[in-house]
Write a protein that binds this ligand. Structure first.
Ligand SMILES: O=C(O)CCC(=O)C(=O)O
Ligand SMILES: [Fe+2]
Length: 518
């Protein structure tokens, strides 16, 4: 899939430039052909008009007679050959030859990108009309969507059985169509989708009304006629029920404005955190400090770490300027060719699989592959005071349009079929999350249990312990990567494991992790 990471979309732009070239050359060739045919036509018309003026005299002239015959033999053959020339084939053949080497998005990509847009719409409460104008939260980023573009978004939602977004986008398509001088889509097509999704959303009267509008345009539309009959019968049944029932029976249920139900309990809060609407309690934030730390490492005395506390318990620390632009470039360029769609572990089977709730591309880098990776890894050791001997390789992640990772734990819970078991290094005791890009809008890391949000800043890293000192998982470390609204989000993770930390982070039953040396 190409939609899952922004890096791949760059290559799609290259593909597009090749397509533009092919189309341009093809049109030029067609134009030459049409110009030639035009010339023939003019000669035909001119000669024919002359002949028609005085037929007898014209054909009595041997030269004219010869020319007439020539026009209808070799000349016409020429015309026929030209008319039969389908140059499109050649240019398409060219394109399909390139297809192997070019990155071409698939229908699955289109669907993924459409779903991502609707996800952004929901998470960030985006107004459909503003989105269609190319605006994200009042900032205009891109070109506007045509009625046909909106229609396609509605159609994709429809194919996914998402009738809520089908309605939103079909209505927008209709609104846009009214503004278009060159219509990009048929009103009747919009009405057909709109009517059926309205019915699916439970608004029968409106579905019938829309179907009648469609029948005004196409009185013999077979599907519309069928649906009209069906809706009328259903309405009739509802009315009968109402008459039979007592006076308290309400109106026909209308839930066409309803958003799909929250898929999980903390969704509401998660989305509010992503929008920046919910902030950490002031009583908590007022206790937080910023400080310089050298973590007892004499080498760091000259340039100690700039540490900011983001949350007291679980302690979440933010380290500023811990990855240089140079290192970031190395990490990105090494990861790019290895990118694969990020997977999640099926907690029952233990298998790795792709899922809608984690959309990004990722790759793993070994410390020994490059000095910069090794430096970053050693810095993790210096930052945390923990051993990185048993840590996982550096995981590099790039999020594409609407890319996200819904609330999860980094550690393995007891009931999970634990993939870390095979590593033999224990559970993921701590997480270091490097932000390798700024993100203009969206893309925060949020902790719904504790109302905390970290906004990406290039070069900084977040650090927290996933496990209590006792080794139990800390459920308050549940966190998520909010969908990216604008820009490209790059992060990398270093997951530190339990083994080897025995003397570095003494285990115990106390909940509070030991303080880092300030
Ligand atoms: O990208 C983020 O902000 C968080 C990523 C994350 O939680 C993970 O990869 O486990
Ligand atoms: Fe995570």
């Amino acid at each position: 899939e190409l939609y899952t990471a922004l890096v791949d979309l760059k290559e799609v732009l290259h593909t597009e430039s090749i397509l533009i070239n092919s189309l341009d050359q093809y049109i030029q060739a067609e134009q030459k052909k049409v110009e030639l045919l035009q010339k023939y036509l003019e000669i035909y018309k001119h000669q024919h008009a002359e002949a028609s003026e005085d037929v007898e005299t014209y054909i009595a002239n041997p030269i004219n007679a010869y020319l007439l015959i020539k026009r209808l033999t070799t000349d016409w053959q020429h015309v026929e050959t030209l008319m039969n020339m389908h140059m499109g084939h050649d240019y398409l053949k060219n394109v399909s030859m390139y297809r192997e080497y070019m990155k071409f998005p698939t229908d699955e990509d289109l669907n993924g990108a459409a779903v991502a847009l609707t996800r952004l719409q929901d998470t960030y409460n985006l107004d459909t009309a503003a989105l269609a104008r190319g605006e994200l939260n009042g900032i205009k980023y891109s070109s506007e969507l045509s009625a046909a573009d909106c229609f396609e978004l509605g159609r994709q939602s429809y194919n996914n059985g998402d009738f809520y977004h089908t309605q939103l986008w079909m209505r927008e398509a209709d609104a846009r169509l009214k503004l278009e001088t060159n219509k990009t889509v048929e009103k009747s097509d919009i009405l057909e989708y709109l009517a059926f999704s309205t019915y699916k959303q439970g608004n029968l009267p409106l579905a019938l009304d829309l179907t009648n509008k469609l029948l005004d345009i196409f009185p013999a539309h077979p599907r519309a006629l069928g649906n009209k009959g069906f809706y009328e019968e259903e309405l009739q049944k509802l009315n009968e029920l109402r008459i039979k029932g007592d006076d308290e029976s309400e109106d026909i249920p209308v839930n066409n404005e309803m958003m799909p139900q929250a898929q999980y309990p903390e969704r509401e809060l998660y989305e509010q955190l992503c929008r920046g609407e919910v902030k950490t309690d002031i009583a908590i934030t007022s206790q937080l400090k910023c400080y310089y730390a050298n973590n007892n490492n004499p080498f760091l005395l000259i340039a100690p770490f700039k540490v900011e506390e983001a949350y007291p318990s679980p302690k979440i620390l933010i380290f500023h300027d811990v990855m240089s632009d140079n290192e970031i470039e190395t990490v990105k360029s090494m990861a790019k060719p290895r990118f694969k769609r990020a997977t999640v572990q099926n907690y029952k089977t233990g298998e790795l699989e792709t899922a809608q709730y984690r959309i990004s591309k990722s790759a793993w880098l070994k410390d020994k592959e490059h000095k910069h990776i090794d430096d970053v890894c050693r810095r993790v050791r210096d930052m945390t005071g923990l051993t990185v001997e048993t840590a996982e390789e550096l995981q590099v992640v790039n999020y594409g349009i609407g890319g996200h990772y819904e609330p999860h734990f980094d550690f393995a819970r007891k009931e999970e079929t634990n993939a870390f078991k095979s590593l033999g290094t224990g559970n993921r005791i701590a997480t270091v999350l490097f932000y390798m890009s700024d993100v203009p809008q969206g893309g925060a890391t949020v902790f719904p249990n504790i109302n905390a949000a970290i906004w990406p800043k290039k070069g900084t890293a977040a650090f927290w312990f996933n496990l209590h000192p006792s080794g139990e998982g800390d459920f308050n470390t549940r966190h998520a990567a909010c969908p990216v609204l604008a820009g490209s989000k790059w992060v990398s993770n270093k997951w530190i494991h339990e083994q080897g930390q025995e003397f570095l982070r003494p285990c115990g039953l106390e909940q509070a992790p030991p303080e880092l040396t300030a």
